[in-house]
Design a protein around this ligand. Structure first.
Ligand code: NAD
Length: 266
C-alpha cells in the first residue's frame, strides 16, 4: 500500500481560492482525495474546483468567511453531504496585517486579523473534530507561518495570531491524540502569492498600502534572511500538508513543520 495515497479521503481546504490553499486543494485531489474548496471569494473557490475537475479530480466549491461560525458550518455540512465523511481539514485561510507594530496597528485591524487568522482557524478545528470524534479518526493541518515561531515575518497582530495557531495546534494535538485525530501546523517562510493584495482588499479602505512592507520583500532581503537564498513555492507547502494528511504521518501530532528554506533554523 502507498502510505502517501489519499484515495477516497474527503478533505476540506479553507482559503482554497488562491495561492497556497489552491495548491493544497489541487495536490490533495491529485493524490485521490475528494476536495471541498472553501473561500470568502466564491468565484475563486469555483475556479479551484473547476481546475481540479479539469484535471480529472473530484471537487466542490463553497463560499464562506471562516471567521463566521455559521458560514463555515454551512460549508462543512455541505461538503459532508456532497463528498462524504470529513477525514482531512486544512485550515489555511488567512490574511496579513500590514506589518504594523503595536503602536501603529488600529484596533479594527488587530481584531479582523485575530478573527480570521486565529478564531477562523479555531472554528475550523472545532467544526472538524465534531465530525471526526464519532468516527475515531481524522487529520487536521493548520496554516501557521514562520511568524508563528519567530517575532518577525509580520506585524503585531499577524505574529500574535500565528503564535496562537501553533499553541492551539499543540493543545488540540494533546487533547485528541488518543482518539485517532492528529493536529499539526505548517509554517511557511516567504512564498510568492496574492497574500498582500488579498489582505488589503479584505481589510478594506483605511488600511495603508502594505505592498512594500516586511522583511523579505525584495530578492536581496530574501537572500539575507533565507539560507536557501530563494523564496519557496506553493507546491513546497502543499507537499508538506499532503504528507501530514497521509497515513505515513500517523504518529506525528502537535508538530509545527517549517517550510522555509532554513529561515527559522538561522
Ligand atoms: P492568498 O491571499 O493567495 O490566499 C489566501 C486565500 O484565503 C484567498 O483566496 C482569500 O480569499 C482567502 N481568505 C482570506 N480570508 C478568508 C476568510 N475569512 N474566509 C475564507 N477565505 C479567506 O495567500 P496565501 O499566501 O496563499 O496564504 C494562505 C495561508 O498561508 C495564510 O494563512 C497565510 O497567512 C499563510 N502564509 C503565507 C505565507 C506566504 O509567504 N505567502 C507565509 C506564511 C504563511
Amino acid at each position: 500500500m502507498n502510505e502517501m495515497s489519499l484515495n477516497d479521503r474527503m478533505a476540506v481546504v479553507t482559503g482554497a481560492g488562491s495561492g497556497i490553499g489552491r495548491a493544497i486543494a489541487e495536490m490533495l485531489a491529485a493524490r485521490g482525495a475528494r476536495v471541498a474548496a472553501v473561500d470568502i471569494d466564491a468565484a475563486a473557490a469555483a475556479e479551484t474546483a473547476r481546475r481540479i475537475a479539469d484535471a480529472g479530480g473530484r471537487a466542490e466549491a463553497f463560499q464562506a468567511d471562516t471567521s463566521a461560525a455559521a458560514e463555515l458550518d454551512r460549508a462543512v455540512s455541505g461538503a459532508v453531504e456532497k463528498l462524504g465523511p470529513l477525514e482531512i481539514m486544512v485550515n489555511n485561510a488567512g490574511i496579513l496585517d500590514g506589518y504594523f507594530d503595536a503602536h501603529e496597528v488600529t484596533e479594527a485591524v488587530w481584531r479582523r486579523v485575530i478573527d480570521i487568522d486565529l478564531t477562523g482557524t479555531f472554528l475550523g478545528c472545532q467544526r472538524a473534530v465534531r465530525e471526526m470524534l464519532p468516527r475515531g479518526r481524522g487529520r487536521i493541518v493548520n496554516m501557521a507561518s514562520v511568524a508563528g515561531l519567530n517575532g518577525t515575518g509580520g506585524g503585531a497582530a499577524y505574529v500574535a495570531a500565528k503564535h496562537g495557531v501553533v499553541g492551539l495546534t499543540r493543545q488540540m494535538a494533546a487533547a485528541y491524540a488518543s482518539r485517532g485525530i492528529t493536529v499539526n501546523a505548517v509554517c511557511p517562510g516567504a512564498i510568492p502569492t496574492g497574500l498582500r493584495a488579498h489582505s488589503q482588499a479584505i481589510l478594506g479602505p483605511g488600511v495603508p498600502d502594505m505592498s512594500g512592507r516586511g522583511i523579505a520583500v525584495n530578492d536581496d532581503q530574501v537572500r539575507a534572511v533565507v539560507p536557501a537564498g530563494r523564496r519557496g513555492t506553493v507546491e513546497d507547502v502543499a507537499a508538506a500538508v499532503c504528507f501530514l494528511a497521509s497515513d505515513a504521518a500517523g504518529y506525528i501530532t502537535g508538530h509545527a513543520l517549517t517550510v522555509d528554506g532554513g529561515w527559522r533554523a538561522k
